[in-house]
Design a binder for this molecule. Structure first.
Ligand code: BGC
Length: 736
């Protein structure tokens, strides 16, 4: 679709009407001007197109569509190709269904395991989230359908989500909560970005000019449309002025009237309206006509293949898995027959069909018995079988959009069941289905193997059976840490906040960044995941490629007897920055597939950002000069190789003021020596000798602002010439 329409061709009323929905899911049309409406639908792991009654909480039905693994599972794949296959497949369904924009992916960071919507997000780590979401958006948009990256920004809990102020410092925002958005925006150019409901440092995200315009557009170059989360606009005029283009859903014209009135009374420049109208017309203009026949069976097959790449094999003592098809298998638990495969709320998909693990296991195994629960004969069939496979997890009512969890335990009845089965059975395997982290404590040591499926979408049941019998080889890695106790999580004391505020007191030390820095044991660390084959990494090298970047290369060999996939994880550690940094941070990763005996050498780039921290005084990223350690890990806690490097980094010559500290003045490369000389010249000999000799004296005055220091010195009879400090300040600015 192309438009010749200029905003000047439309009346103010017409323009304002375009900036909010016609109804729940469609934008406004202006037929006389040839402007059609376009359809937006959820997202993110399948289409939720509603034909009749509309809602954004997943209460009313939607047209049936393929339910792919939700982001919690895709995150665990650590594989951009998996994310891309999901994005492309949903894009195809969306295009065939006449949907122009799919509302996803969600790239919010899993700050707490309690967030009710963690199933819709990828990871506790911004790199994993950003890389996967970028692949998803690119692939979806290549099908002609726009994506909507959400929820911008710092929407990391459901409690009080429509009002709460996220009180977060700038460095933490930049280093943890914004980078996934930044990567998607700069690398995949999404058609839209959806603002979140919450406030950020007191200002609603929907009317947060700093986020929606200064950062998103001016810094990152976003040129698409900003759309509100459904009902997130509080003050329509303030939101428009801040950079929010489209209000969804429609408000029956009230928002439009406010815009018109604000222009008429001079409160709002009409140019602001024109700017958003232009962006909206561009969004409508990129819509391609509905096309393509989507074969539900083919889509289902894609859902199955990607699901197998997402599950994480947490534990596999004595090679309990894979199962032999000849083994007598006792399948236990309701989820085997009625699977839990997606989360509740606005992303809830009406699946085209659902595979159950029980059916799939019956097809593959020669001897399979089944008992649904505690009340049945679970223990009895477990006793008679070679291996018991218990399906456990959280029900739909335990976690959803709209509320947060309060605990991370499995329901007590399931723990009892697992323990009773494990006591009776020769071997016990537990398969987990859940959206947010569940605790494995109280039963972990009783069982032989744990396969964590998270939520695997509509084909998850058959993918699980393939994994259990070794038709597929598990290759998922944890995208979030599994703590021993909820209390160990760094956000514990500041989640979900109180009195309308949630303070991100842990700063940048989120998830594994905390566990590794504070040396707090976890049950399974970020990045952990087993396979049915074994891998060896060897001959790692690192090459510095400039002042602030490097390349890592490593050989990976599949030393086992099955084909499998390995994730190379590269972390960076350093203490050169003058701010508190985590012990290590994931800075690059790649997933590779290897046949038995095959060796492949992979090369990963560590760009400038891999070594940078965000300097709030300079409002920019800085690479401190000095020593760094590049680490190869099987997980964040299991580092297998360390490679030291030294980077030239950024040469930053600070500009001094009278508020700069004595330490900064004396440490300044140009001003420091000059100041030392001046001071010595003006100090009585005895004092100067004492000062020079006293490290303690320097330590005591180091943090003093220069303004105070000069007063203290004057009191002690040391007067610097009046013009000297202004001259030195000029010198620090690069002056003569
Ligand atoms: C959710 C969004 C969703 C929208 C439309 C809101 O409640 O936060 O993620 O896209 O509804 O259903």
């Amino acid at each position: 679709m192309t438009f010749q329409i200029e905003s000047t061709d439309l009346t103010l009323e017409q323009k304002a009407s375009l900036l909010s929905g016609r109804d729940f899911w469609n934008t406004e049309a202006i037929e006389a001007a040839g402007i059609p409406s376009i359809l937006l639908s959820d997202g993110p792991h399948g289409l939720r197109r509603q034909d009749s009654e509309a809602d954004n909480l997943g209460v009313h039905d939607s047209v049936s569509a393929t339910c792919f693994p939700p982001s919690v599972a895709v995150g665990s794949s650590w594989d951009p190709e998996v994310a891309a296959r999901v994005g492309a497949a949903i894009g195809r369904e969306a295009r065939a269904a006449g949907v122009s924009v799919v509302l996803g992916p969600g790239v919010n960071i899993k700050r707490s395991p309690l967030c009710g919507r963690n199933f819709e997000y990828y990871s506790e780590d911004p790199l994993v989230s950003g890389v996967l979401a970028t692949a998803y958006v690119r692939a979806m948009q290549a099908e002609g359908v726009g994506a909507s990256v959400k929820h911008f920004a710092a929407n990391n809990q459901e409690t009080d989500r429509m009002r709460v102020s996220v009180d977060v410092d700038e460095r933490t925002l930049r280093e943890i909560y914004l980078p996934a958005f930044e990567r998607v925006v700069t690398e995949a150019r999404p058609a839209t970005v959806m603002c979140s409901y919450n406030r950020v440092n007191g200002v609603y995200a929907s009317q947060n000019r700093r986020l929606l315009t200064d950062v998103l557009r001016d810094e990152w170059g976003f040129d698409g449309t900003v759309v509100s989360d459904w009902g997130a606009v509080n003050d329509r005029v303030a939101a428009l002025a801040a950079g929010l283009d489209l209000e969804m859903p429609g408000t029956g014209g009230s928002g439009d009237a406010e815009i018109v009135a604000a222009v008429r009374n001079g409160e709002l420049d009409e140019a602001v309206v024109d700017r958003s109208v232009r962006r909206l017309l561009a969004l409508i203009g990129r819509t391609v006509p509905p096309a393509g026949d989507v074969d539900p069976d083919e889509q289902h097959e894609v859902a199955k293949q990607v699901a197998a790449d997402c599950a994480v094999l947490l534990k596999n003592d004595g090679d309990a898995l894979p199962l032999s098809t000849r083994a007598a298998v006792a399948v236990i638990g309701e989820f085997a027959a009625n699977p839990r495969f997606q989360g509740g709320g606005s992303s809830h998909v009406n699946p085209t069909r659902v595979d159950t693990a029980l059916d799939a296991i019956r097809e593959l195994g020669e001897s399979v018995t089944y008992a649904s629960d505690l009340a049945g004969n679970a223990v009895e069939i477990a006793r008679q079988a070679d291996v018991a496979v218990v399906f456990a997890g959280l029900g739909e009512r335990d976690e959803s959009e709209g509320f947060d969890r309060e605990i991370i335990d499995l329901p007590a009845a399931q723990v009892e069941l697992i323990k009773a089965v494990a006591a009776a059975s020769r071997r016990t395997v537990v398969v987990l289905s859940h959206g947010g982290v569940v605790s494995l404590e109280g039963w972990h040591d009783d069982v032989d193997a744990i396969l964590d499926g998270w939520l695997l979408g509509q084909a998850g049941g058959s993918a699980i059976a393939d994994l259990l019998f070794g038709i597929a080889n598990p290759s998922g890695r944890l995208a979030e840490s599994i703590p021993l106790r909820l209390q160990d999580n760094p956000s514990y004391l500041n989640f979900p906040g109180e009195s309308g505020h949630v303070r991100y007191g842990e700063g940048v030390i989120v998830g594994y960044r905390y566990y590794e820095t504070a040396d707090v044991a976890v049950r399974y660390p970020f990045g952990h995941g087993l396979s049915y084959t074994t891998f060896e990494t060897g001959d790692p090298t690192v090459t510095v490629t400039g002042d602030d970047s490097a390349t890592v290369a490593v050989s990976v060999t599949n030393t086992g007897t099955r084909a499998g996939k390995h994730v190379v994880q590269v972390y960076v550690a350093s203490s050169e920055a003058p701010v508190r940094c985590p012990a290590r941070e994931l800075r690059a990763f790649t997933k590779i597939s290897l046949e038995p005996g095959e060796t492949r050498r992979v090369e990963l780039t560590l760009d400038r950002r891999a070594f940078a921290w965000y300097d709030i005084e300079l409002s920019r990223w800085v690479v401190s000069p000095g020593d760094y350690t590049v680490q190869l890990g099987r997980s964040a806690a299991d580092i297998v190789a360390e490679l030291p490097i030294t980077l030239a980094g950024d040469v930053i010559i600070p500009v001094l003021s009278l508020d700069s500290t004595v330490e900064a003045w004396f440490g300044h490369p140009i001003v420091g020596p000059e100041l030392g000389r001046l001071l010595a010249e003006n100090m009585p000999g005895e004092q100067s000798e004492q000062a020079r000799n006293s490290a303690d004296w320097m330590r005591m005055v180091a943090s003093m602002p220069m303004r105070r220091f000069t007063k203290l010195m004057a009191y002690r009879g040391v007067e610097l010439p009046a013009e000297s400090l202004p001259r030195l300040i000029e010198l620090s600015k690069g002056g003569a």
